[in-house]
Write a protein that binds this ligand. Structure first.
Ligand code: SF4
Ligand code: FES
Length: 363
């Protein structure tokens, strides 16, 4: 067996050895936790992905053992390979934190703030990124771009207004299916994901574009507006599928299966099957097999404790956490609607002649 050439790299003061050719992002993921930069366009299961969004920027404070000069600019960690002796700063760099806040501001220039009605809420990478790095205000003074919603076939809806042009869905269609019929049309401010002549995406593996989309631009029409992800219980399940691995996560409420997705790892990417191949799932498993009896349930899906999805679902492994106190007990017997009358507190209805007095008299 040939000996692998290992490089020593230090990221946020933690040193590891990685094979030559490893990117800074992959090395940081080996360390794990906060040291791994966020990635909105890179997807390890898709060849050629990365280099589009700039959320993974890091500072290289020492180039290598042979040439210790720092790199003059922040670099995209998903596209930069490590050198022996390289030193990298991610969360320990003020420049990086500052740049990341600007990237979030940039990504939100056109992205609508419609999280309360978006199906991706609770599992959106842009929502997490904004929560960690965003600012409360915006300097953007113009209209955001808007687009009509498109049905891309029977089961997928495209909300171009939410797209951040990461290209992941294009690579997925290109690499998983024989016939890609969508891509990015036009350039600059006019760039958009489109099927050009509104062809539908009907390949048997095309549903995977929903799983790779980091935002809510591509959504599952069999699930849209049916429930919020944090009210559902994710369960690992499998079936004997002739087309794909059949290993999925079922999103249940009671016995009802609301949604079927591929299993995702801690980076939000499709998990590998035991034979080491990416566990993409077919359209039949995803859209048409929504009866619990079709599946062999393996058990609750492990979800990060930090995720909103795990809130209120499991205590330890299984169980419900309920508060012991009632609202009335905390507020000395007062019921919520007696606490505050919005019309006494705000002048919002002043010019319409509507007051809390009208409200009471007309009630
Ligand atoms: S639709 Fe989603 S996956 Fe496709 S380019 Fe836009 S953000 Fe990326
Ligand atoms: S994840 Fe590296 S540029 Fe998008």
């Amino acid at each position: 067996m040939s000996e692998q050439n290992l490089f020593k790299v230090t990221i946020d003061n933690i040193t590891i050895d990685v094979p030559a050719g490893t990117t800074i992002l992959q090395a940081a993921r080996k360390i794990g936790g906060q040291v791994a930069p966020p990635a909105m366009c890179y997807y390890s299961k898709l060849q050629g992905s990365g280099g589009k969004c700039r959320t993974c920027l890091v500072e290289v404070s020492k180039g290598s053992e042979k040439d210790p000069r720092p790199m003059p600019k922040l670099v995209a960690s998903c596209r930069t390979t490590v050198m022996d002796g390289m030193e990298v700063k991610n969360i320990t760099s003020e420049k990086v934190i500052d740049a990341r806040a600007s990237i979030v501001e940039f990504l939100l220039i056109n992205h609508p703030l419609d999280c309360p009605i978006c199906d991706q809420a609770g599992e959106c990478h842009l929502q997490d990124l904004s929560f960690d790095h965003g600012k409360s205000g915006t300097r953007f003074e113009f209209q955001k771009r808007t687009f009509k919603k498109h049905d891309l076939g029977q089961n997928i809806q495209l909300h171009m207004t939410r797209c951040i042009l990461c290209y992941r869905c294009v690579f997925t269609a290109d690499q998983l299916t024989q016939k890609r019929v969508h891509g990015i049309l036009d350039r600059g401010d006019h760039a958009e994901i489109a099927t050009h002549i509104e062809k539908s995406l009907d390949n048997e593996f095309i549903g995977n574009v929903i799983d790779v989309c980091p935002v809510g631009a591509l959504t599952d029409k069999t699930f849209r507006f049916k429930n919020r992800v944090w009210f559902l219980k994710p369960m690992d399940a499998h079936r004997d599928c002739p087309t794909c691995s059949g290993r999925v996560t079922l999103w249940n409420r009671g016995d009802e299966v609301y949604r079927v997705t591929a299993r995702k790892d801690e980076w939000g990417e499709i998990e590998d099957t035991p034979d080491g191949k990416p566990g993409w799932i077919c359209n039949t498993c995803r859209f048409e097999t929504k009866n619990a009896k079709d599946w062999v349930i393996e058990g609750p899906r492990a979800i990060s404790r930090q995720s909103v999805i795990s809130q209120g679902h499991y205590q330890g492994t299984v169980g419900m956490t309920k508060p012991n106190e009632t609202f009335g007990a905390i507020n000395e017997g007062r019921t919520p609607h007696l606490l505050m009358d919005i019309h006494d507190e705000s002048e919002v209805n002043k010019h319409s002649g509507y007051t809390s007095k009208n409200n009471i008299e007309n009630a």
